[in-house]
Design a protein around this ligand. Structure first.
Ligand code: F6R
Length: 612
């Protein structure tokens, strides 16, 4: 949610900020703005629309080209509709202090009422604007910007990653964090600040992560950090693990298509160095110290949201069937508010691509506070969830920029499969059985590449169904979550209503929807319940539903029963979701393209949901 980038150093800052905002646009894209110090004055330009619209405005209005200190913001609206006035930065009454903010100020109404009583004039409907006026007020007593922000934040409840710039102190900017990520980029004679490393990796690979409750004063030559209570903090500087090429489109029309096609490689990366095929073992350094705890846990709880929750559902099948460990999967957003019974005998895995999802983080913290062992399955290295877990496994999918998650899902599943085999072996699975599973797992990247060979077929199917208003996705066992995920992908980027169901549930209600206008996608691998799903296919056929089936390469009967077949290689049941989801990702992608929607930046969505 909301992109933030700031620069201070010798360079002209506007191109650095605009480029940074373009790279962060996937975090929010309803409006954008910048503030720079220009000839000792604060200059703000902002507008509803995309970063490209802001860039046009900046070019048209001219000026500020020589400015070397500034910050920019791309917004995902929470309070106040996306219009010019509500776009960030927001300024105080004197127009000398500007604030950009990611998060929600929960007590903004009471602060605003008081500030209005004190004579402040507000120009927007946002919660963020109160920060600018509050800092204006505290500046009078504090005398410097750092102290003013620090004192102001003591009155603030909610979440923030924020940056403050003022013409009163043109040689520094202030950044503070509570619940929304912020990193400081450390360069040679220049410093940057951003909500995500993608904005700054072009300029520096050295970063410091601000923690909740910390505030930093950043200048061209360095930065210092304290807590809001004014305790000095020494920040460690880390090196980023990805490079610029990984966050570019690389010749593809959309990031989503690039990320779908990266999957053979990203699945391979998740496995690399972890699978010992001959001995049937898995090496997971991150879990070696806690494996006993997991094996003897009362139960494992998998927490996540959206696609990551779907990965958890598949993980439940894997952990229960193969490792025989009692497992529950919970929506993080529900778990955190229902006073769950969690004890020190439970082990919790937070599953998150971004590692910053507010609900997942809060659920994790709750489980930790109740004594559970807190582990993570995370993509973004150094993210908050990665740092707040006792141990965990990175999925190594590389930066995922498309708002609809694709490669992160298959990497999450691959890591869950590794964790399962790791625990199964530790619980006594024989070397022979372990080796059979490991060998099959090793073949998954090549099998994923084989699925992608059918990419063009999906394009022509999508063309035929692009005007459908509803879709039903059905699957059983570990492929039920695949049905859910396929439906979610379609909803997110093509705006077609879609539902995922366990195939056998169809007769308990959804069958009422079936007629010749209802496309039904079946995930129907040749497994122990193939015949059962085949019966469900017949039920849909009898009601004239149009059927698209994801089926195995060696399934000779399926083509007679359905309208379209997408072939996937055969694999063991619980690995199946890793392959079976790929055609559904492609179907959604091509449906969105044929309907002309914005694939990488679907309406109303944003990557990395750092607000509740
Ligand atoms: C769907 C999607 C979202 C995320 C969810 C959790 O395509 O991207 O449903 O999966 O917001 O995000 P992470 O995994 O970053 O915690």
């Amino acid at each position: 949610m909301c992109g933030i980038v700031g620069y201070i150093g010798p360079k002209q800052c506007i191109p650095v900020i605009l480029e940074g905002l373009r790279r962060l646009e996937y975090r929010g894209y309803d409006s954008a703005g910048i503030a720079v110090i220009d000839g000792g004055q604060l200059r703000v330009q902002k507008r509803a629309g995309k970063v490209a619209d802001l860039a046009q405005l900046v070019e048209r209005d001219g000026g500020s080209a020589s400015s070397t200190v500034g910050m920019g913001h791309t917004r995902w609206a929470t309070h106040g509709e996306p219009n010019d006035a509500n776009a960030h930065p927001h300024t105080d009454c004197s127009g000398t202090i500007a604030v950009i903010h990611n998060g929600i100020i929960e007590n903004y109404r009471s602060i605003k009422t008081k500030l209005i009583r004190d004579g402040h004039r507000f120009k927007s409907e946002t919660d963020t604007e109160v920060l600018a006026h509050l800092i204006e007020q505290t500046y009078r007593r504090a005398g410097d910007l750092f102290t003013a922000v620090r004192i102001a934040l003591r009155d603030v409840e909610g979440t923030y990653g924020l940056v403050v710039l003022s013409s009163r102190e043109p040689d520094n900017m202030i950044a503070a964090r509570m619940g929304s990520p912020l990193i400081v980029g450390v360069g040679e004679g220049e410093h940057l600040v951003a909500a995500d490393a993608a904005a700054i990796v072009e300029y520096t690979r050295h970063v410091a992560y601000l923690e909740d409750g910390e505030i930093a004063e950043i200048s061209a030559g360095g930065f210092r950090t304290t807590t809001i209570e004014d305790v000095t903090v020494d920040k460690e500087v880390h090196e980023l693990t990805f490079d610029l090429a990984q966050i570019e489109r690389g010749g593809y029309d959309h990031f989503m298509l690039k990320e779908i096609h990266e999957q053979p490689e990203t699945i391979r990366n998740a496995i690399r160095g972890r699978l010992l095929v001959e001995s049937g073992d898995v090496k997971l350094g991150g879990l070696s110290g806690v494996s006993e705890k997991i094996i003897h846990a009362r139960r494992v709880i998998l927490l996540g949201c959206g696609t990551s929750w779907h990965a958890g559902l598949v993980g439940e099948y894997m952990l229960e069937q193969i490792a025989r460990i009692p497992t529950e999967v919970e929506y993080a957003s529900e778990f955190r508010y229902r006073n769950p019974i969690v004890t020190s005998q439970d082990v919790v895995f937070a599953i998150s691509q971004s590692g910053e999802t507010a609900d997942t983080l809060a659920a994790l913290r709750l489980a930790k506070s109740k004594g559970a062992t807190a582990l993570g399955i995370v993509n973004v290295v150094g993210s908050t969830i990665a740092r707040e877990t006792e141990a965990g496994v990175y999925i190594h999918a590389g930066p995922e920029i498309g708002v609809a998650s694709t490669k992160a899902f298959t990497s999450q599943l691959t890591v869950l499969a590794l964790v399962t085999l790791f625990l199964a072996r530790a619980k006594g699975m024989s070397q022979k059985d372990g080796a059979v599973l490991a060998k099959e797992m090793q073949s998954l990247p090549d099998k994923a590449a084989r699925v992608l060979d059918h990419a063009d077929e999906l394009r022509s199917i999508a063309e035929q169904y692009k005007d459908a208003r509803n879709f039903l996705y059905l699957g059983r066992g570990a492929n039920f979550p695949v049905a859910l995920e396929g439906a979610l992908k379609l909803k997110e980027i093509s705006y077609i209503h879609a539902e995922g169901y366990p195939a056998a549930e169809m007769k308990h209600g959804p069958i009422a929807l079936i007629d010749e206008h209802m496309p039904v996608v079946f995930v129907v691998p040749k497994d122990a319940i193939y015949e059962k799903v085949a019966s469900n296919i017949q039920e849909v056929r009898a009601r004239k539903g149009r059927i698209i089936a994801v089926a195995n390469e060696d399934d000779e009967e399926i083509a007679k029963m359905v309208d379209h077949v997408i072939r996937v290689p055969h694999t063991f049941g619980f690995f199946g979701p890793i392959l079976n989801i790929i055609p559904l990702q492609l179907l959604s992608y091509w449906m969105a393209v044929s309907r002309g929607t914005n694939v990488d930046q679907p309406r109303n969505l944003a990557k990395s949901v750092t607000v509740e």
